[in-house]
Design a protein around this ligand. Structure first.
Ligand code: HEM
Length: 404
């Protein structure tokens, strides 16, 4: 094991296999401080019980930096323009009661019924994408399937016009790739372009509402309360980014580990009633969100012989909690029938993922369709040549070339 203080947790090299590093930390240094770009320093919390504590105890582990005595979020450099700071009015960056208020409004607009309406559409899309993959000489699971499926679903759900979708992908990439101050500065024009676009779209929907989530969010009302214009834009940016990137990672990394574990793959092909538990296991095993978004210590906190100071940044490491042998038998073994499976892939506590039902529905359709139609799918290059994306928080492949 290299010096753990020198590991760059945002690098592509780390993303390839972060699990050994976290196994070392769980056993030797379960509360461990590392240097990271922009935020400067962060405590990695790696044991299951401790990650649950961080995510559930939202009084001591807060999202809004001002509740930890800081003047501005460390995740935004001091030079961030004021208009961009409105993006931190998204619910994932707020604590209760501000968070609870936004969450109640989105829960009303983002109903289960609205998601279920999308099931047939997602199935048709998945079948069409597989048809196209089969016709290609060099198919790629990410480019040809894992990316277009969730991107189209979230775009149709929200009501984003088709011609704008490639740009949404580019904007999301820029946003998630902003892992240093320089990259953040370079990403500003794209983020402004995204916000400008959304403001125009919201204005259009205000004039002529449609049966889509943007119109529902404009109209949603709870006890006389509504979303302000800034809150609406921040919510849309959050939904666009959280709503597809993570699912792309799950489908891509999930197909990779199934190809690497042929017995589990065959087991699933032999019994598709295992799809539900297989999706839960792939969520646990592949860590599409490697680290929950940062928390700040609202007070000094003693955790495992370490004192975290008020205002310090904390990273609850989901990828590590989900491989903790104190919680999961044989955690490094893929078991598509694992039950129970209390993984933390969607987080825990008040910020538990809003889109978990949608993500699971899409993933079941995706894995079901790929395995049924392309049961002999195999890698077109050795696994060690695959490229992972350098990024904070999320973990996913850049591309996944295959032979159908
Ligand atoms: C929150 C994971 C798909 C929308 C979260 C969190 C995690 C997560 C870990 C909590 C982050 C934290 O506490 O810091 C995932 C994974 C997905 C997925 C692994 C797919 C495999 C989706 C989809 C949507 C979505 C499809 C929307 C359509 C959100 C939102 C939040 C959130 C809005 C913030 C909730 C809040 O602050 O109350 N997600 N997500 N996610 N997710 Fe997801």
């Amino acid at each position: 094991m290299n010096d753990p203080r020198k590991v760059d947790i945002y690098s592509a090299e780390h993303k390839r296999d972060p699990f050994q590093f976290y196994a070392f930390l769980r056993s030797e240094a379960p509360v461990f401080e590392v240097g990271v770009p922009v935020l400067k320093r962060a405590w990695l919390i790696t044991r299951y019980d401790d990650v649950v504590l961080c995510l559930q105890d939202s009084d001591r582990f807060v999202k809004n930096a001002s509740n930890a005595g800081l003047r501005s979020p460390k995740s935004m450099p001091w030079w961030t323009p004021a208009s961009l700071r409105t993006l931190s009015e998204n619910m994932l960056d707020l604590d209760d009661p501000a968070h609870r208020r936004l969450r109640a409004l989105i829960n009303k607009a983002f109903s289960r019924a609205r998601i279920e309406q999308l099931r047939n559409r997602a199935e048709v899309l998945a079948e069409g994408l597989v048809d196209r993959m089969r016709a290609k000489s060099k198919p790629d699971v990410i480019e040809d399937f894992a990316l277009p499926l969730p991107l189209t679903v979230i775009s149709e759900l929200l009501g984003l016009p088709e011609e704008a979708r490639p740009r949404f992908r580019k904007w999301t990439n820029v946003f998630l790739g902003a892992r240093s101050e320089i990259r953040m500065a370079l990403s500003l024009p794209s983020i402004f372009a995204l916000m400008r676009y959304l403001r125009r779209l919201v204005a259009t929907r205000r004039r002529t509402p449609r049966d889509d989530l943007i119109s529902a969010l404009i109209a949603v009302e709870e006890g006389g309360d509504r979303l302000s214009e800034n809150e609406l834009i921040a919510m849309l940016v959050l939904l666009i980014i959280a709503g597809h990137e993570t699912t792309v990672n799950l489908i891509g990394s999930g197909m990779l580990v199934l190809m690497e574990n042929p017995r589990e793959k065959e087991r699933l092909i032999g019994d598709f009633s295992l799809l539900g538990s297989a999706v839960e296991e792939l969520l646990r095993f592949t860590a599409p969100v490697e680290i929950a978004t940062e928390r700040y210590a609202a007070q000094d906190i003693d955790l495992r012989d370490t004192t975290i100071r008020r205002g310090d940044v904390i990273f609850p490491v989901i990828a590590s909690a989900n491989r903790d042998a104190q919680k999961f038998a044989e955690p490094d073994r893929l078991d598509v029938a694992r039950r129970p499976n209390p993984h933390l892939a969607f987080g825990d506590g008040v910020h538990f993922c809003v889109g978990s039902h949608l993500a699971k529905m899409e993933a079941e359709i995706a894995f079901g369709c790929l395995l049924r139609r392309l049961p002999k799918l195999s890698l077109a290059c050795p696994a060690h040549e695959l490229q992972w994306r350098a990024a904070p928080v999320v973990r996913g492949l850049k591309s996944l070339p295959v032979i159908t």
